[in-house]
Design a protein around this ligand. Structure first.
Ligand SMILES: NC(=O)c1ccc[n+]([C@@H]2O[C@H](COP(=O)([O-])OP(=O)(O)OC[C@H]3O[C@@H](n4cnc5c(N)ncnc54)[C@H](O)[C@@H]3O)[C@@H](O)[C@H]2O)c1
Length: 437
């Protein structure tokens, strides 16, 4: 009997919840576990291996001590989680945020496993984070923090093992420090250890806008399927950072109207449309989106009731919940953020006929161009931006099309379809590789 022919009886001697999670407060990883439960009935015999998905392969928790500018020493919690490496090296971003927890990094790493498999990149899933509010620290302090953290997780990362990238509050400069620190520690320049680097250090053209571009490409595909015209479509965006502002600009440049923007500083609205290029300039010069000419300021919660065609959550997880899913007026939600919608909210949106393009597809543009960056670094041969965008658009369009067909065939949401396709790919690899030793 080969490993793919096992029966589907769940394994014995396995604890349901690992002891390092609190079963009463599972946090974001609880959402991922619920998503795995939902997909299991569609996995056939591969369900035999489903426990593999429920527990990360490797978790590294590190202490990150640094000298602050005032001469004192501060300690920060750092994590790197490799959720799954059945299909290739782990791949996923690094987040700097004061609310980072182990459960959150575990969930984000698991979503990377699903995302990379859903768009068929030859990667497993990983994620890292440091529990810090970077706005309160100087550039020199953040550099020391990044270098120490990179050294601590240097045990498990590497161009062929685990390749970090930017996420919330991290950027090309931080990737440059990570690349330099890893290179110093290993005695050779290793550009392929991180992606999302500056162009002059082996970064890829098109990477900075890639996630937003993928949000646009998959959103536009969904609109086409649903008969919602792009020209004049009203778009609301939560989060105006790397993902949100690129998505807003690209929708705007294709004739859509950005009617509402929310970020950490507040919420602005204009029925006539906000020019996102000007909003970025305003944010840069004033430090806030508030006060942008010809816009009204809305209450934070009113964002969810904005009359719009497309809603793009592009900030943090757990934003669309039972509390606001019933009030959302969009026809399509395109998840730029990771994990913005809870499973209960997903059900409400499904019943109300709102189409959700799930994170594991919608925001996969970033990791797709990260993959291109990694390939270019290995071959030291760089492609033009047009080549990159054309390849990105093709991968995202094809992935959308095949998930749309799977959803129609099984009469399930696009999220469940993405999980069916991705989890099947991951568990097929697991079954073929078998267990070592
Ligand atoms: N950067 C990437 O390539 C990438 C790729 C895939 C997914 N993502 C996901 O997209 C999301 C955003 O990432 P990013 O890289 O754009 O981060 P970023 O740090 O560049 O921007 C985050 C944005 O969210 C806003 N924000 C933070 N807290 C908020 C709140 N409580 N309410 C409203 N807005 C708030 C911030 O003001 C900022 O505009 C995250 O979920 C991330 O995991 C990012």
């Amino acid at each position: 009997m080969t490993t793919t022919e096992h029966d589907t009886t769940p394994p014995r001697h396995t604890h349901e919840i690992p002891s390092y999670l609190d079963p009463r407060h599972l946090g974001p990883y609880g959402i991922f576990l619920e998503q795995v439960e939902r997909v299991t009935p569609y996995l056939g015999k591969l369900a035999y291996w489903v426990e593999t998905l429920k527990r990360p392969k490797r978790i590294l928790v590190v202490d990150v001590p640094i000298h602050l500018d005032d001469g004192t020493v501060a300690h920060f919690e750092g994590y790197r989680v490799q959720h799954n490496t059945s299909r290739g090296p782990a791949k996923g971003g690094i987040r700097y945020h004061q609310d980072v927890t182990l459960s959150e990094v575990m969930a984000l790493s698991a979503w990377m496993t699903v995302k990379n498999a859903a768009v068929n990149l030859p990667y497993g899933g990983g994620k890292g984070g440091i529990r810090i509010d970077p706005r309160k620290y100087s550039t020199a302090e953040l550099e020391r923090l990044t270098r120490r953290y990179t050294t601590e997780i240097g045990l498990i990362i590497g161009p062929e093992k685990d390749i970090p990238a930017p996420d919330v509050n991290t950027n090309p400069q931080i990737m440059a420090w990570m690349m330099d620190t890893y290179s110093m520690n290993t005695g050779k320049t290793a550009t392929g250890v991180v992606t999302g680097k500056p162009i002059s250090l082996g970064g890829s053209l098109g990477r900075s806008d890639a996630t937003g571009r993928g949000v646009f490409v998959t959103g536009a595909q969904a609109m086409q399927k649903l008969g919602v015209p792009l020209e004049g479509a009203r778009v609301a965006v939560q989060g105006f950072g790397n993902v949100g502002n690129a998505a807003a600009r690209i929708f705007h440049d294709h004739g859509a109207k950005i009617v509402c923007i929310q970020d950490v500083t507040g919420t602005i609205y204009s029925s006539a449309g906000i020019n996102p290029h000007q909003a970025i300039e305003h944010l840069r010069s004033t430090g806030s989106i508030l006060g942008m000419p010809d816009t009204d300021t809305l209450d934070r919660d009113a964002f969810w009731e904005t009359e719009c065609d497309v809603l793009i959550p592009a900030a943090l997880e757990n934003q669309i919940t039972e509390a606001n899913a019933g009030r959302i007026r969009a026809k399509v939600i395109v998840e730029g953020a990771n994990g913005p919608t809870t499973p209960a909210a997903d059900d409400i949106l499904h019943e109300r006929g709102v189409t959700v393009v799930p994170d594991v597809l919608a925001n996969a543009g970033g990791v797709t161009v990260s993959y291109f960056e990694w390939v270019q670094d290995f071959s030291s041969f760089f492609w033009t931006e047009d080549e990159i965008n054309a390849r990105l658009d093709r991968i995202m369009t094809e992935a959308f099309g095949s998930l749309w067909d799977v959803a129609a065939r099984h009469k399930v949401t696009l999220r469940t379809a993405a999980y069916i396709v991705a989890c099947t790919r991951v568990l097929e690899a697991r079954a073929l590789r078998g267990l070592y030793p």
